[in-house]
Unconditional design. Sequence first.
Length: 381
Amino acid sequence: MDISRFTGEMTGRIVEISYPFTDHAFVPSPLSRTWVMPAELWPLLAEAKQHLGKLDGIGQTLPNPHLLLQPLQQREALTSSSLEGTYATPAELLLFEMDPSEPKSEKDRANTWLEVANYRKALREGYEHLQDRSLSLGFVRNLHDWLLSGVRGHDKSPGQFRDCQVYIGADRRYIPPPVTFMSDCMLEFEESLTAQTAIPDPLIASYMMHYQFEAIHPFKDGNGRVGRLLLALTTWKWCKLSMPWLYMSPYFEKHKDEYIDTMFAISANGKWQKFLEFCLVGTIAQAQDSIRRCEKLNALKKIMDCKMVNGSNRAHLLIADLFDFPVMTIPRVRDKMKVSYPTAKADIDALVDAGIIRKLGTDRRPAIYYAPEIFDIAYGD
């Protein structure tokens, strides 16, 4: 790690390490209890919270909040994973969730699909867990366990804090605290989680805690994804949103270099303002993007229902189900609707004839059908 980049304004201290390599590591100080937010950030914060409030309001007016929440969470899972070099397409993720399979080797493509599917699972489990419980280190370990359980690899250690030195970048551009310092760092982190830091605004507190988690890097693997999971959940819980609507991974992925550089600048030079500006601008962008997608999905559902106005009640139930899971098969419809195979086939044929779904061009059996317009709105740029 290039310690010449660190100045007297750094938010921690540099320590020497000798194993498994000779270098220096950064030990972040606890978040300041006397930090004062720069006056320049207040207007941007007010705008960010205005857009976040609008998104929360729209979400609450939906007959089915999952109309928006599920596509947002799927997109978050895909982009958060791609930030770490784990790439999957929306179709791959949905097909895997429809018929999950255990990876047979470390090179098995199912590892990728399982990791991304686990991200969505961790979001759901985390949301349910925090309904009546508090944030804690135990909860952070649970997030890691949900994320990496079942994924092959000797270095994963689901749910366990690391017991070895790690580093970021092939050139070791950042080295987080050694294990001997990490326990104290995490205890201080938990204290800030419980107290929500001393920062008066919950949105700012969420972003400051996000930095702190990434600076400590407490796991062998999966730190970036756990950090972004925690960000989505603290934003929801601390900002008192009706549901976890705000997901920052698509913005972080689009501006990956700035995301990395502004966090490093906090460690090296204490430059909180640039990172917080970046996050608040991202909050506005993501809230606006989610609002647009929500409005389009809501309008699309009405159009689809109109197309099937003379159809069976099952047709409208299947349309609603498409917004939760936009792929289907005849056996899936048969089991979900508790009808015969011929009836399920007739229901799917009716949706195909109405232009609502089409057959996915794969050789898989049973045949896969998907809703292209939902895919475009939910996952397109």
